[in-house]
Design a binder for this molecule. Structure first.
Ligand code: AMP
Ligand code: GLY
Length: 430
Protein backbone atom coordinates (compact mmCIF):
# COMPACT_ATOMS: atom_id res chain seq x y z
CA UNK A 1 0.00 0.00 0.00
CA UNK A 2 0.94 3.65 -0.37
CA UNK A 3 0.44 5.19 3.06
CA UNK A 4 0.70 8.79 4.26
CA UNK A 5 1.34 9.29 8.00
CA UNK A 6 0.57 12.68 9.49
CA UNK A 7 2.77 13.96 12.30
CA UNK A 8 6.41 14.38 13.28
CA UNK A 9 6.96 12.74 16.67
CA UNK A 10 8.04 9.45 18.19
CA UNK A 11 4.51 8.13 17.84
CA UNK A 12 4.51 8.72 14.09
CA UNK A 13 8.01 7.24 13.71
CA UNK A 14 6.75 4.14 15.57
CA UNK A 15 3.67 3.90 13.32
CA UNK A 16 5.88 4.12 10.22
CA UNK A 17 8.39 1.61 11.67
CA UNK A 18 5.62 -0.88 12.49
CA UNK A 19 4.11 -0.52 9.00
CA UNK A 20 7.56 -1.15 7.55
CA UNK A 21 7.66 -4.44 9.50
CA UNK A 22 4.58 -5.85 7.74
CA UNK A 23 5.29 -8.89 5.59
CA UNK A 24 4.14 -7.01 2.50
CA UNK A 25 6.05 -3.91 1.43
CA UNK A 26 4.45 -0.49 1.79
CA UNK A 27 5.60 2.83 0.39
CA UNK A 28 5.47 5.35 3.21
CA UNK A 29 5.15 9.13 3.18
CA UNK A 30 5.24 11.47 6.19
CA UNK A 31 3.74 14.93 6.63
CA UNK A 32 6.16 16.17 7.81
CA UNK A 33 8.10 13.38 9.63
CA UNK A 34 11.53 13.88 11.20
CA UNK A 35 15.18 12.88 10.74
CA UNK A 36 14.36 9.33 11.89
CA UNK A 37 11.43 8.73 9.57
CA UNK A 38 13.45 9.77 6.52
CA UNK A 39 15.25 6.40 6.69
CA UNK A 40 12.02 4.45 6.04
CA UNK A 41 9.68 7.00 4.45
CA UNK A 42 9.61 10.04 2.23
CA UNK A 43 9.25 13.17 4.34
CA UNK A 44 6.99 15.76 2.70
CA UNK A 45 7.23 19.49 3.39
CA UNK A 46 3.64 19.59 4.64
CA UNK A 47 2.83 20.47 8.24
CA UNK A 48 0.70 18.12 10.35
CA UNK A 49 -1.99 20.79 10.78
CA UNK A 50 -2.00 21.94 7.15
CA UNK A 51 -5.29 20.24 6.28
CA UNK A 52 -5.51 21.92 2.85
CA UNK A 53 -1.94 20.90 2.02
CA UNK A 54 -2.55 17.30 3.13
CA UNK A 55 -5.75 17.01 1.10
CA UNK A 56 -4.11 18.55 -1.98
CA UNK A 57 -1.24 16.04 -1.79
CA UNK A 58 -3.63 13.13 -1.25
CA UNK A 59 -5.84 14.16 -4.16
CA UNK A 60 -2.83 14.27 -6.44
CA UNK A 61 -1.06 11.13 -5.17
CA UNK A 62 -4.06 8.93 -4.20
CA UNK A 63 -2.57 7.03 -1.22
CA UNK A 64 -4.39 3.83 -0.21
CA UNK A 65 -4.53 5.05 3.38
CA UNK A 66 -3.76 8.09 5.52
CA UNK A 67 -2.89 7.53 9.20
CA UNK A 68 -3.33 10.55 11.47
CA UNK A 69 -1.03 10.79 14.51
CA UNK A 70 -1.81 13.96 16.50
CA UNK A 71 -5.14 15.32 17.70
CA UNK A 72 -4.98 18.79 16.16
CA UNK A 73 -5.59 17.74 12.52
CA UNK A 74 -8.34 15.35 13.69
CA UNK A 75 -10.12 18.14 15.52
CA UNK A 76 -9.67 20.32 12.42
CA UNK A 77 -11.47 17.71 10.32
CA UNK A 78 -8.66 16.25 8.21
CA UNK A 79 -10.42 12.85 8.10
CA UNK A 80 -13.69 14.43 6.92
CA UNK A 81 -11.82 16.44 4.27
CA UNK A 82 -10.02 13.33 3.01
CA UNK A 83 -13.31 11.40 2.89
CA UNK A 84 -14.69 14.07 0.59
CA UNK A 85 -11.98 13.30 -1.96
CA UNK A 86 -12.40 9.54 -1.47
CA UNK A 87 -9.25 8.79 0.56
CA UNK A 88 -9.67 6.47 3.57
CA UNK A 89 -8.04 7.79 6.72
CA UNK A 90 -7.37 6.14 10.07
CA UNK A 91 -8.68 8.43 12.79
CA UNK A 92 -12.05 9.82 13.83
CA UNK A 93 -14.00 12.51 12.03
CA UNK A 94 -14.02 15.96 13.67
CA UNK A 95 -17.26 15.18 15.50
CA UNK A 96 -15.67 12.02 16.98
CA UNK A 97 -12.45 13.85 17.88
CA UNK A 98 -14.54 15.95 20.26
CA UNK A 99 -14.11 13.02 22.68
CA UNK A 100 -10.65 14.53 23.17
CA UNK A 101 -11.34 18.13 22.13
CA UNK A 102 -14.11 18.77 24.65
CA UNK A 103 -14.03 17.23 28.11
CA UNK A 104 -17.64 18.29 28.59
CA UNK A 105 -18.73 16.44 25.45
CA UNK A 106 -16.80 13.35 26.58
CA UNK A 107 -18.50 13.47 30.00
CA UNK A 108 -21.89 13.84 28.40
CA UNK A 109 -21.28 10.80 26.18
CA UNK A 110 -19.97 8.77 29.12
CA UNK A 111 -22.93 9.68 31.31
CA UNK A 112 -25.41 8.85 28.56
CA UNK A 113 -23.65 5.51 28.00
CA UNK A 114 -23.41 4.66 31.70
CA UNK A 115 -19.60 4.55 31.62
CA UNK A 116 -17.90 4.82 35.04
CA UNK A 117 -16.06 8.15 35.40
CA UNK A 118 -15.58 10.92 37.94
CA UNK A 119 -18.72 12.93 38.72
CA UNK A 120 -18.40 16.43 37.21
CA UNK A 121 -20.22 19.72 36.75
CA UNK A 122 -19.58 22.37 34.09
CA UNK A 123 -19.33 26.10 34.81
CA UNK A 124 -18.80 29.37 32.99
CA UNK A 125 -19.37 31.51 36.08
CA UNK A 126 -16.44 31.54 38.54
CA UNK A 127 -18.63 32.22 41.60
CA UNK A 128 -20.90 29.28 40.78
CA UNK A 129 -17.88 27.01 40.23
CA UNK A 130 -16.42 28.00 43.61
CA UNK A 131 -19.76 27.52 45.35
CA UNK A 132 -19.85 23.94 44.04
CA UNK A 133 -16.44 23.00 45.45
CA UNK A 134 -17.83 22.04 48.86
CA UNK A 135 -19.94 19.20 47.45
CA UNK A 136 -16.85 17.63 45.80
CA UNK A 137 -14.56 17.55 48.86
CA UNK A 138 -10.75 17.56 48.60
CA UNK A 139 -8.70 16.90 46.60
CA UNK A 140 -10.79 18.17 43.70
CA UNK A 141 -9.95 18.37 40.00
CA UNK A 142 -10.40 21.55 37.93
CA UNK A 143 -10.28 21.12 34.14
CA UNK A 144 -10.42 23.44 31.17
CA UNK A 145 -12.98 22.07 28.70
CA UNK A 146 -10.87 22.31 25.55
CA UNK A 147 -7.39 21.36 24.33
CA UNK A 148 -4.77 23.03 26.53
CA UNK A 149 -1.62 21.08 25.58
CA UNK A 150 -1.90 18.86 28.66
CA UNK A 151 -1.78 21.85 31.02
CA UNK A 152 -5.50 22.44 31.52
CA UNK A 153 -5.92 20.09 34.51
CA UNK A 154 -5.26 21.05 38.11
CA UNK A 155 -5.53 18.50 40.90
CA UNK A 156 -6.15 20.88 43.82
CA UNK A 157 -5.34 19.74 47.36
CA UNK A 158 -6.82 22.86 48.98
CA UNK A 159 -9.87 25.02 48.34
CA UNK A 160 -7.56 28.00 47.78
CA UNK A 161 -5.72 26.13 45.00
CA UNK A 162 -9.02 25.09 43.43
CA UNK A 163 -10.31 28.68 43.51
CA UNK A 164 -7.05 29.95 42.00
CA UNK A 165 -7.36 27.40 39.16
CA UNK A 166 -10.96 28.47 38.52
CA UNK A 167 -9.88 32.12 38.39
CA UNK A 168 -6.96 31.31 36.07
CA UNK A 169 -9.35 29.71 33.59
CA UNK A 170 -12.57 31.71 33.91
CA UNK A 171 -11.27 35.17 34.94
CA UNK A 172 -7.69 35.47 33.64
CA UNK A 173 -8.46 33.36 30.52
CA UNK A 174 -5.12 31.57 30.88
CA UNK A 175 -6.16 28.98 28.29
CA UNK A 176 -8.21 31.30 26.08
CA UNK A 177 -11.32 29.70 24.58
CA UNK A 178 -10.22 26.23 25.79
CA UNK A 179 -10.79 27.43 29.35
CA UNK A 180 -14.01 29.39 28.80
CA UNK A 181 -15.85 26.45 30.32
CA UNK A 182 -14.53 24.65 33.35
CA UNK A 183 -15.28 21.25 34.81
CA UNK A 184 -15.17 20.67 38.54
CA UNK A 185 -14.57 16.94 38.87
CA UNK A 186 -14.46 14.29 41.54
CA UNK A 187 -10.90 13.20 42.39
CA UNK A 188 -10.26 9.56 41.47
CA UNK A 189 -7.89 7.61 43.69
CA UNK A 190 -5.55 5.00 42.24
CA UNK A 191 -3.06 4.19 39.51
CA UNK A 192 -3.45 5.34 35.92
CA UNK A 193 -3.07 3.29 32.77
CA UNK A 194 -3.79 3.63 29.08
CA UNK A 195 -5.92 1.41 26.91
CA UNK A 196 -5.72 2.03 23.19
CA UNK A 197 -8.79 0.55 21.52
CA UNK A 198 -8.99 0.22 17.74
CA UNK A 199 -12.47 0.53 16.31
CA UNK A 200 -14.26 0.84 12.99
CA UNK A 201 -17.39 2.26 14.61
CA UNK A 202 -18.78 -1.20 15.42
CA UNK A 203 -16.06 -3.73 16.20
CA UNK A 204 -13.58 -3.00 18.99
CA UNK A 205 -10.09 -4.51 19.35
CA UNK A 206 -8.19 -3.67 22.53
CA UNK A 207 -4.45 -3.19 22.02
CA UNK A 208 -2.16 -4.23 24.89
CA UNK A 209 -2.35 -2.11 28.05
CA UNK A 210 0.36 0.42 28.87
CA UNK A 211 1.29 3.06 31.38
CA UNK A 212 3.07 6.33 30.73
CA UNK A 213 5.06 8.57 33.08
CA UNK A 214 3.82 12.13 32.85
CA UNK A 215 6.09 13.87 35.37
CA UNK A 216 9.56 15.06 34.44
CA UNK A 217 11.53 13.64 37.38
CA UNK A 218 12.11 10.22 38.93
CA UNK A 219 9.56 9.19 41.51
CA UNK A 220 6.83 10.99 39.53
CA UNK A 221 7.94 14.41 40.77
CA UNK A 222 8.02 17.82 39.09
CA UNK A 223 5.88 19.31 36.34
CA UNK A 224 3.80 17.37 33.83
CA UNK A 225 5.26 16.63 30.41
CA UNK A 226 4.00 15.03 27.23
CA UNK A 227 5.28 11.74 28.72
CA UNK A 228 8.78 10.63 29.76
CA UNK A 229 8.44 6.92 29.18
CA UNK A 230 6.01 4.05 28.94
CA UNK A 231 5.81 0.32 29.23
CA UNK A 232 3.48 -2.46 28.12
CA UNK A 233 1.73 -4.42 29.48
CA UNK A 234 0.77 -2.51 32.63
CA UNK A 235 0.18 -5.12 35.34
CA UNK A 236 -2.24 -2.78 37.14
CA UNK A 237 -4.67 -3.84 34.40
CA UNK A 238 -5.41 -7.49 35.13
CA UNK A 239 -6.63 -9.86 32.43
CA UNK A 240 -9.93 -10.01 34.30
CA UNK A 241 -10.43 -6.26 33.77
CA UNK A 242 -10.01 -6.35 29.99
CA UNK A 243 -13.46 -7.71 29.04
CA UNK A 244 -15.00 -5.24 31.49
CA UNK A 245 -13.07 -2.36 29.90
CA UNK A 246 -14.20 -3.44 26.45
CA UNK A 247 -17.86 -4.12 27.30
CA UNK A 248 -18.52 -1.43 29.93
CA UNK A 249 -16.33 1.42 28.64
CA UNK A 250 -15.20 1.28 25.02
CA UNK A 251 -18.18 -0.38 23.32
CA UNK A 252 -20.85 1.72 25.10
CA UNK A 253 -19.00 4.89 24.04
CA UNK A 254 -18.73 3.77 20.41
CA UNK A 255 -22.43 2.82 20.46
CA UNK A 256 -23.48 6.09 22.10
CA UNK A 257 -21.54 8.04 19.46
CA UNK A 258 -23.21 5.97 16.72
CA UNK A 259 -26.62 6.85 18.21
CA UNK A 260 -25.61 10.49 17.82
CA UNK A 261 -24.78 9.91 14.16
CA UNK A 262 -21.00 9.73 14.70
CA UNK A 263 -19.22 6.69 13.26
CA UNK A 264 -16.06 6.68 15.38
CA UNK A 265 -13.15 5.10 13.51
CA UNK A 266 -9.53 4.95 14.61
CA UNK A 267 -8.12 4.79 18.12
CA UNK A 268 -10.25 5.52 21.13
CA UNK A 269 -7.68 5.94 23.88
CA UNK A 270 -9.05 5.55 27.38
CA UNK A 271 -6.99 7.00 30.22
CA UNK A 272 -8.18 4.91 33.15
CA UNK A 273 -7.80 5.17 36.91
CA UNK A 274 -7.63 1.81 38.64
CA UNK A 275 -8.51 2.09 42.32
CA UNK A 276 -6.56 -0.40 44.42
CA UNK A 277 -8.25 -2.90 46.72
CA UNK A 278 -9.02 -0.88 49.85
CA UNK A 279 -8.62 2.49 48.06
CA UNK A 280 -11.33 5.13 48.13
CA UNK A 281 -13.98 4.03 45.65
CA UNK A 282 -15.41 6.67 43.28
CA UNK A 283 -19.10 7.63 43.35
CA UNK A 284 -19.57 5.40 40.29
CA UNK A 285 -18.89 2.41 42.56
CA UNK A 286 -16.46 0.98 39.97
CA UNK A 287 -12.76 0.25 40.54
CA UNK A 288 -12.05 1.19 36.91
CA UNK A 289 -12.98 4.76 35.94
CA UNK A 290 -12.28 6.86 32.87
CA UNK A 291 -10.08 9.91 33.52
CA UNK A 292 -10.18 11.09 29.92
CA UNK A 293 -10.45 9.98 26.34
CA UNK A 294 -8.05 10.78 23.54
CA UNK A 295 -8.89 10.41 19.89
CA UNK A 296 -5.52 9.02 18.75
CA UNK A 297 -2.59 6.81 19.64
CA UNK A 298 -0.84 7.89 22.86
CA UNK A 299 2.70 9.22 22.84
CA UNK A 300 4.92 7.58 24.18
CA UNK A 301 2.56 4.62 24.76
CA UNK A 302 2.57 3.84 21.03
CA UNK A 303 6.33 3.33 21.04
CA UNK A 304 5.88 0.59 23.68
CA UNK A 305 2.67 -0.95 22.32
CA UNK A 306 3.27 -1.24 18.56
CA UNK A 307 6.44 -3.37 18.85
CA UNK A 308 4.24 -5.94 20.63
CA UNK A 309 1.78 -6.32 17.73
CA UNK A 310 2.01 -9.20 15.29
CA UNK A 311 0.08 -9.45 12.06
CA UNK A 312 -0.60 -7.12 9.17
CA UNK A 313 -0.76 -3.67 10.75
CA UNK A 314 -1.62 -1.80 7.55
CA UNK A 315 -4.56 -4.11 6.90
CA UNK A 316 -5.84 -3.58 10.45
CA UNK A 317 -5.63 0.21 10.07
CA UNK A 318 -7.28 0.12 6.64
CA UNK A 319 -10.02 -2.18 7.87
CA UNK A 320 -10.71 0.08 10.84
CA UNK A 321 -10.81 3.11 8.54
CA UNK A 322 -13.28 1.44 6.19
CA UNK A 323 -15.62 -0.36 8.60
CA UNK A 324 -14.21 -3.88 8.20
CA UNK A 325 -12.18 -4.36 11.36
CA UNK A 326 -11.72 -7.97 12.42
CA UNK A 327 -10.04 -9.31 15.54
CA UNK A 328 -7.79 -11.53 13.42
CA UNK A 329 -5.93 -8.73 11.64
CA UNK A 330 -3.50 -8.34 14.53
CA UNK A 331 -2.38 -10.33 17.52
CA UNK A 332 -0.26 -9.59 20.58
CA UNK A 333 3.19 -11.03 21.17
CA UNK A 334 4.04 -12.30 24.64
CA UNK A 335 6.72 -10.43 26.58
CA UNK A 336 7.12 -6.77 27.46
CA UNK A 337 8.31 -3.51 25.99
CA UNK A 338 9.65 -0.41 27.74
CA UNK A 339 10.20 3.04 26.26
CA UNK A 340 12.49 5.72 27.70
CA UNK A 341 12.30 9.30 26.47
CA UNK A 342 15.53 11.25 26.07
CA UNK A 343 14.70 14.94 26.45
CA UNK A 344 16.51 18.26 26.10
CA UNK A 345 17.62 19.76 29.43
CA UNK A 346 15.06 22.33 30.57
CA UNK A 347 12.05 20.52 29.07
CA UNK A 348 9.08 20.90 29.73
CA UNK A 349 10.18 24.53 30.21
CA UNK A 350 12.55 26.38 27.87
CA UNK A 351 15.31 24.30 26.23
CA UNK A 352 17.91 24.75 23.53
CA UNK A 353 17.77 23.17 20.08
CA UNK A 354 20.41 22.29 17.51
CA UNK A 355 22.59 20.06 19.74
CA UNK A 356 24.56 17.51 17.73
CA UNK A 357 23.63 13.90 18.58
CA UNK A 358 26.24 11.13 18.87
CA UNK A 359 25.92 7.39 19.37
CA UNK A 360 22.83 6.52 17.34
CA UNK A 361 24.52 3.62 15.52
CA UNK A 362 25.85 2.21 18.77
CA UNK A 363 22.39 2.49 20.30
CA UNK A 364 20.80 0.64 17.38
CA UNK A 365 23.50 -2.05 17.60
CA UNK A 366 22.26 -2.99 21.09
CA UNK A 367 19.08 -4.34 19.49
CA UNK A 368 16.78 -1.72 20.97
CA UNK A 369 14.73 0.55 18.70
CA UNK A 370 15.39 4.28 18.61
CA UNK A 371 12.42 6.37 17.54
CA UNK A 372 13.02 10.05 16.79
CA UNK A 373 10.67 12.55 18.44
CA UNK A 374 12.30 15.91 17.82
CA UNK A 375 15.28 15.76 15.47
CA UNK A 376 16.50 17.31 12.24
CA UNK A 377 19.18 16.37 9.77
CA UNK A 378 21.66 19.11 8.86
CA UNK A 379 22.73 19.57 5.21
CA UNK A 380 26.03 17.90 6.24
CA UNK A 381 24.13 14.83 7.40
CA UNK A 382 24.44 15.28 11.17
CA UNK A 383 21.44 14.70 13.42
CA UNK A 384 20.65 17.63 15.71
CA UNK A 385 18.00 18.11 18.37
CA UNK A 386 14.86 20.00 17.36
CA UNK A 387 12.43 19.49 20.22
CA UNK A 388 11.93 18.98 23.94
CA UNK A 389 11.44 15.26 23.65
CA UNK A 390 14.21 14.10 21.30
CA UNK A 391 14.20 10.28 21.24
CA UNK A 392 11.95 7.45 22.35
CA UNK A 393 14.05 4.36 22.97
CA UNK A 394 12.21 1.03 23.18
CA UNK A 395 13.62 -2.20 24.56
CA UNK A 396 11.84 -5.54 24.37
CA UNK A 397 12.23 -8.65 26.49
CA UNK A 398 10.51 -11.71 27.80
CA UNK A 399 10.13 -9.89 31.12
CA UNK A 400 9.60 -6.22 31.88
CA UNK A 401 12.99 -6.14 33.67
CA UNK A 402 14.70 -7.34 30.49
CA UNK A 403 12.82 -4.80 28.40
CA UNK A 404 13.75 -1.92 30.71
CA UNK A 405 17.42 -2.98 30.81
CA UNK A 406 17.46 -3.28 27.02
CA UNK A 407 16.06 0.24 26.66
CA UNK A 408 18.59 1.80 29.06
CA UNK A 409 21.52 -0.03 27.38
CA UNK A 410 20.65 1.85 24.20
CA UNK A 411 19.80 5.12 25.97
CA UNK A 412 23.29 5.14 27.50
CA UNK A 413 24.90 5.12 24.05
CA UNK A 414 23.13 8.28 22.91
CA UNK A 415 24.74 11.60 23.81
CA UNK A 416 24.05 15.28 23.25
CA UNK A 417 24.70 18.36 25.37
CA UNK A 418 22.22 18.69 28.28
CA UNK A 419 20.39 15.46 27.48
CA UNK A 420 18.12 14.16 30.21
CA UNK A 421 16.03 11.08 30.92
CA UNK A 422 14.18 9.47 33.78
CA UNK A 423 15.99 6.50 35.29
CA UNK A 424 12.96 4.81 36.82
CA UNK A 425 10.70 3.93 33.91
CA UNK A 426 8.30 1.11 34.88
CA UNK A 427 9.12 1.51 38.59
CA UNK A 428 5.52 0.83 39.62
CA UNK A 429 5.55 -2.53 37.92
CA UNK A 430 9.08 -3.69 38.85
P1 AMP B 1 -5.97 14.84 31.51
O1 AMP B 1 -5.44 16.02 30.76
O2 AMP B 1 -7.45 14.77 31.59
O3 AMP B 1 -5.28 13.57 31.10
O4 AMP B 1 -5.49 15.01 33.02
C1 AMP B 1 -4.12 15.10 33.30
C2 AMP B 1 -3.82 14.32 34.54
O5 AMP B 1 -4.53 14.85 35.64
C3 AMP B 1 -4.26 12.88 34.46
O6 AMP B 1 -3.33 12.09 33.81
C4 AMP B 1 -4.38 12.54 35.93
O7 AMP B 1 -3.10 12.27 36.47
C5 AMP B 1 -4.89 13.81 36.53
N1 AMP B 1 -6.35 13.74 36.65
C6 AMP B 1 -7.27 14.17 35.77
N2 AMP B 1 -8.52 13.94 36.20
C7 AMP B 1 -8.39 13.35 37.41
C8 AMP B 1 -9.32 12.86 38.37
N3 AMP B 1 -10.65 12.98 38.21
N4 AMP B 1 -8.82 12.32 39.49
C9 AMP B 1 -7.50 12.21 39.70
N5 AMP B 1 -6.57 12.66 38.83
C10 AMP B 1 -7.00 13.21 37.70
N1 GLY C 1 0.84 9.90 26.80
C1 GLY C 1 -0.32 10.70 26.95
C2 GLY C 1 -0.93 11.11 25.69
O1 GLY C 1 -0.56 10.71 24.62
O2 GLY C 1 -1.86 11.91 25.74
Amino acid sequence: MNILIIGSGGREHAIAWRLAKDAVHHTLFMAPGNAGTSAIATNLAIGAEDVAGIVAWARENRPDLVVVGPEAPLVKGVVDALAEVGIPAFGPCAAGARMEGSKQFAKDVMNAAGVPTGRAKVFTDPAAAKAALAEFGLPVVIKADGLAAGKGVVVAETTADAEAAIDDMLVANKFGAAGAEVLVEEFLDGEECSILAMTDGKEVVLLPSSQDHKRIFDGDKGPNTGGMGAYSPAPVVTDAMLPEIKERIIKPVVEELAKRGITYRGILYAGLMITPEGGKLAKSGSRVNVVEFNARFGDPETEAVLPRLDGDFATALLHAATGRLAQSDISVKPGSAATVIIASGGYPGAYEKGKVVAGLDAAAATGATVFHCGTKATPEGAIVTAGGRVFSVTGEGSTLREAVDAAYRAVDKIAFENSFCRRDIAHRAL
